[in-house]
Structure formats: C-alpha cells, structure tokens
Design a protein around this ligand. Structure first.
Ligand SMILES: O=C(CO)COP(=O)(O)O
Length: 692
C-alpha cells in the first residue's frame, strides 16, 4: 500500500516536471516571438477560412496571451501553485490540442504546427504523438494534483504568480517592440544566406515516380518507364508523384526580383563583397511608418558610403507607391516571397545588414542603428562588426532577472517554512509533554503524621487552625492529617474534608473481637476518617509488625473503605550496604503486591528512609528521586505503567519547609509524609506551600 503510494507519487511528479518544462519552453518560445505566433495563427485562420473575419490586432493579442498562458501554467505546475485549478486547465488545454493535432496529422493542412515556435520543428505525426503523451500525463496530474509537493508556501505564491506574469508580459512586449531575443530562424545573426541555400553533397534527393496512361484499341492502361509499351499504344496522359522526400535546405525560397519581374538579383545581393542594407517589409500596407526618418537617414548614409540598399517586399505597386508618398523613400524596391520576408525578420519594417552575404545585424524599426551622414564607415562602428556572445548574455539576463530571483525566493521560503516546521514540532512536543504530564498528574499530597503527640485539646486546636487556614487559602495539593485514634472522632466533626483528609496512624490486623487495646479498621472508618498509615518503620521496629501482619491490616483497611498510606524504607545499614532497592521491593511484595489492580489504586506509598526519620538528616533530592523512580518502576512491572503513573509516592524523613521545594520538584516525588514539622500549623503550611 505504502509502496504503491510512493510509486504513484514518483510518477505524478515525473509527469509534473515533463509537462511543466514542456509548457514553459513552448510558452516562452511563443511569447518571445509574438509576430511568429501571429503568422502561424493566421495560417490556421486561413485554413479554416476565417482570416478575413479576425483582425491582426486580435490575432496578435491572442498570440501574446497564448504564449503567456502556456508559460504561466508551466511555471505554476512546476511550483505546484493552485494545483487543482492548474491541472484542470492543463487537462482542458491538452483535451483541445490533441484532437486538433490529430486533424493536422491526418489532413496536413499546415506542415509545421508551431507548437515550439521555430525552436524545434516536429512533423505533424510527431506533434500528435507528443500531445498524446502530454495528455496522458495531464490526466494523471488531474487525478492526483495533491501528490505534488509545493516548492513555495501558499502565502508567498502570489509573488511567483505575479512575477511570472510580469516577466512573460515584459518579455513579449520587448520582443514585439524590438526583436525576439533568441532567433531560431535560418536568417539569424551570423547566418550566411548563400550557405543556408546549399544542398550538401550526397544529400538525399527527393524521389518521384511518373505514371503514363496510354490507349490501344479503345483500352486504357497505366505504364511506368520500366514497362513503357511500343508505338502501337497512343499516349493519353501522365502524372508524377513524389514518392520520397529529399533534403530540404534551411533556406529554400529566398529570391529577389525587380518589381517588374524582369530580373533576379538574388546572386548579385548575396555575392556582394562588403556591406549592404536590406529593408524588409512583407507588406507596406501594414508596416509602421513611425520611424521613416531614421530609415531615410540610413539610406542617405548608405549612399554616402557606397553601400547598396535594397527594400524587399511582397507588396503591390500601389502599396509601394503609397509608402514612397508618405515616407519620401528614395531607395529601390524589390520583390521577395511574403513568407520568406516574415521569416527573415520579425518586424515590419525591419532592417538587415549583410556583409559578404552574411547577416551581421538585425533591427526592428523601433530600434534602428543611429547612422546618418555624419557617421563613420561601418567598419569603424559597432554596427559593422558581428556581435559577440549575444546568446550567452541573453541567457544570463534571463537567469539574472527571472530564474535567480525565483530561486532566491524559493530558498528563503523553504528555509522559513523549515524553521516554522521545527518551531511547530517543538511546540507540539511541548504540548505533548504537557499532556503527558497532565495525564500523569497523579495526586500531590502533603500528609502529617502526628505520631504520639498532642493531647485532645491541642490536637483539636491544631486541626482547627489548619482547617481554617486551608479553607481560606486553597492548597495546591491534597492535605491529610493522621492523628492518634482519640482525636479522630472529634476532629472529624469540624474538619472540612474537601480540603483536609483525616487519617489514623494504625489499625488492627484483626477484624474485631477480644484484642484488648486494639482499634479496628471499621472503628477508624466509623469516626469519619478516610485514611490510615500502615507499615511505618516505627511500628515495624517497635511493635514487630511483620509483612504478613501488615498484609492483613492493608486488606482490612481497604475492605472498610479506608485509603492506605503504606510506608516503606531502608535502615542506615541497609542503605550503606546498597540494599535500599531490595528492601523496598521486598516490603511492597510482602504486603501490597498481593492486591488486585483496583485495590492497589487505593494505596499511597510513602518512602521513608529510617535513617532520615526524626534525625534531621534528609535524603538528598537526587537520592530520593532515584529510589522513587525505582519504586515506580517496580509498580509498573507489577501493575503496568498506567497504574504506576497514577500512584502517589510521598517522601518522609526530616522533610521541612526549607527542603520541601527541592524534593517536590523531582518528577517522581509527589509530596511528603511529615512527622515533626506537621505539629505546628505554620511549619506544616510551609511545606504545603512548597506546591505553590
Ligand atoms: O516518620 C515520619 C513521618 O511518618 C517522618 O518524621 P520526621 O518528619 O519527623 O522526620
């Protein structure tokens, strides 16, 4: 499933790059040659007999738009901007173009479809094949537009879109005003026209076959040269068809005739040694006369220096004369094929400078060389020399003005996005940790163990004071006071047990009966108490409470609905022998690990190292944390991590207001079981406030 997804992802993105680069290339070559695109559109309009109805301005606007739209769609696809819309438009585009090119391939009304302008020439069948591949690719893109990762974030997409539109519009307009920056035609700067017309030796010649129709005795038959019959047959007709195409030179239709058609001057123009100016206008009827003054100045300059000047056109005499009238042109006009002239230069009119039959300069009428009668001879001007590195410098300009800014933008955007992602990840990690902590927010408790202190009155007074204080200042933790049995019932009367829990310090290991001096768990519960401390080291030590006795006490306490604060902890010798873990584990196993998970949830563990109780020696926060974490880990082993995470583990042993904050800051220390410091309200409050 995953690998299928990856395969589709790779395929989609492969199609994305193929389609995007094809559209960018075909769009760009059209956009930088709007006149070329216009000529091609006019050819199409002629084929469908609509040329008379569509004005040149509309066709020109369509050419600029067509190239621009193709280019923008390609760039948008490359950057994966508005993926759904772009893939829909591309599919629509290809769904229209593919059948159109099938028609071209079948009917051949136009030899070159013009998909890639003049940059790449394909036969009509090749074009159709190319479109079938692109159509299949766009169908896949249409189906999976979101499998294309973005190169730029949504918030910055508008920069790419607007900059691309601006770039292609400016490129198109500049090409229209001057000339296309890249000239893919056979009359580009540096091309020798004569050479372009040559057919190399050994080049494939076109093959023709002639069929003869002859008649004898009223019967007609077809013959070829190989089986041509005798003279008894009478010749009726013959037809010649081309059976194989031969080599066609890049320039095959260049000829210059005088306007009366009496003389062909092609050779004399192309063989001329030195410079000659050629003014080109396919039709003077539609030519711009805005710069006629500069053209006339160049003509005068050519006369002064003896450079021939030819004006080539396919216009009628009437149009030529009209041009003469409005511009005062005195140069000579010659006739050349209209398509050839449109191919020579994309400007009407445009100017060519030939040297020894080689094109060394091409100018739009908007950008003519500033030559007049004062200018020096051509060899002494920049115009008379072949421009160097013109293509490389144009490519670097595109790099500098379009590709580089977009690359920088993409880089900046991706870096920004990456840092945002990192920040988000950190944030979600923090939230995750917080949630985790929240999840593990087991109850924090500060419990007092009064031990055998306080007479009834003092105990009641202390309990009242605590009750009042804690009712007023809500504590940030649970508070419990565990008192001698005799206090319980009295204190329970007034204690706000929502704020302070009440517990006993012990209970019997028997349910009831003849156990003089003992207090049962049921009796404790009946006072209103909810907790009982069991397993305290003082009871284990002074009253020989064994793990078995404690096990019974715990079971009875739980049975009577009391929660148990179960104490564990090692002696000094055991700590010094490094046996603390062993000891606490044995204590838990001996008395509480027999409980079910549900029962265990009513147990609060109090780790009280015996050597720290009432001695003023506290375990360091790290020591305490280490063993608390160990205790939690063995609970996790026994009952699972969730139960372990929910178990409150208190620390006891010389815990005071001064060391409580450091101890309570440890992740596995959930509060304290306080002896001496729980006997004075202020001391006890100091510890409770450590949670604030
Ligand atoms: O035993 C204790 C609590 O049960 C601890 O006593 P101290 O706080 O007096 O050291």
């Amino acid at each position: 499933m995953v690998s299928r997804k990856i395969t589709i992802g790779i395929l989609v993105n492969l199609c994305r790059f193929v389609v995007a680069l094809t559209f960018i290339f075909s769009g760009y070559v059209k956009a930088i040659d709007p006149l070329g695109t216009l000529y091609k559109l006019q050819d199409y309009l002629e084929v469908v007999h609509l040329s008379a109805y569509v004005s040149d301005y509309i066709t020109l606007a369509v050419s600029v738009l067509l190239g621009g739209i193709e280019f923008c769609l390609g760039v948008l696809l490359l950057f994966a901007i508005r993926r759904r819309l772009v893939t829909r438009l591309l599919l629509f585009f290809m769904a229209v173009m593919t059948p159109l090119t099938l028609w071209l391939a079948l009917d051949n009304p136009i030899e070159d479809c013009g998909c890639f302008g003049d940059a790449v020439k394909l036969t009509n069948w090749e074009t159709f094949g190319k479109n079938v591949v692109l159509l299949a690719a766009t169908v896949l893109l249409f189906m999976r537009p979101l499998a294309m990762p973005r190169f730029i974030s949504r918030s910055n997409q508008w920069i790419v879109v607007n900059y691309t539109m601006l770039f292609i519009l400016v490129s198109s307009s500049m090409s229209l005003y001057t000339l296309p920056p890249f000239d893919f035609r056979p009359y580009h700067i540096g091309a020798n026209i004569r050479k372009g017309m040559e057919i190399p030796e050994g080049a494939k010649q076109p093959q023709f076959e002639t069929t003869f129709i002859l008649e004898k005795d009223g019967q007609r038959r077809e013959f070829t040269l190989d089986d041509y019959p005798d003279s008894t047959w009478t010749f009726i007709d013959s037809k010649t068809v081309q059976t194989e195409a031969g080599y066609v030179p890049p320039i095959h239709d260049f000829s210059i005739q005088t306007t009366d058609g009496s003389e062909d001057i092609t050779d004399s123009v192309l063989n001329h040694k030195g410079y000659s100016f050629v003014l080109v206008s396919p039709h003077f009827e539609t030519a711009s006369d805005a710069n006629f003054g500069e053209i006339d100045a160049i003509y005068e300059y050519s006369l002064d220096h003896g450079y021939p000047f030819y004006a080539l056109t396919a216009s009628t005499d009437e149009a030529i004369n009209h041009w003469r009238d409005i511009t005062g042109a005195e140069y000579n006009f010659f006739l050349t094929d209209e398509t050839t002239l449109k191919t020579v230069i994309r400007s009407n009119p445009g100017l060519l400078l030939l040297k020894d039959g080689t094109v060394i300069g091409k100018w739009s009428h908007n950008d003519l060389p500033g030559l007049d009668y004062k200018s020096p001879r051509l060899e002494d001007t920049e115009y008379g020399r072949m421009p160097e590195h013109s293509v490389t410098s144009k490519i670097s300009q595109i790099l500098l003005w379009y590709i580089l800014p977009l690359m920088l933008l993409t880089f900046a955007d991706r870096t920004w996005k990456f840092s945002q992602w990192i920040r988000k990840k950190e944030h979600s990690n923090r939230i995750y940790k917080l949630l985790k902590r929240k999840k593990n927010m087991r109850k924090k408790i500060v419990a007092g163990n009064w031990k055998m202190n306080m007479n009834l009155q003092d105990g009641i007074a202390l309990a009242k004071e605590l009750n009042e204080t804690l009712t007023n200042e809500k504590p940030n933790c649970g508070v419990i006071i565990c008192t001698p049995f005799i206090h319980l019932a009295s204190i329970a009367q007034f204690l706000n047990q929502d704020v302070i829990g009440l517990g006993a310090e012990n209970c019997a290991d028997k349910e009831k009966g003849a156990y003089t001096g003992e207090v049962s768990a049921e009796m404790v519960k009946s006072t209103g108490a909810q907790y009982v401390i069991l397993g305290h080291s003082e009871r284990r030590g002074y009253y020989a409470e064994t793990p078995e006795i404690l096990k019974e006490k715990v079971l009875l306490a739980l049975k009577n609905g009391l929660k148990v604060i179960f104490c564990i902890g090692e002696s000094l010798e055991e700590r010094e022998a490094g046996k603390q873990n062993e000891v606490v584990k044995a204590e838990l196993e001996g008395s509480v690990f027999n409980l079910t998970e549900e029962e265990f949830k009513n147990i609060i563990i109090a780790y009280e190292p015996i050597w720290a109780i009432g001695t003023g020696k506290t375990a360091t926060a790290d020591q305490a944390e280490e063993i608390h974490a160990y205790i939690r880990s063995i609970i996790a082993e026994k009952y699972g991590q969730a139960v372990a995470d929910d178990t409150t583990i208190l620390y006891g042993g010389s815990c005071k207001a001064s060391n409580a904050p450091e101890l309570f800051a440890k992740p596995d220390i959930d509060g304290g079981l306080i002896g001496g410091a729980s006997l004075k309200a202020a001391d006890f409050m100091g510890i409770i406030n450590a949670w604030k």
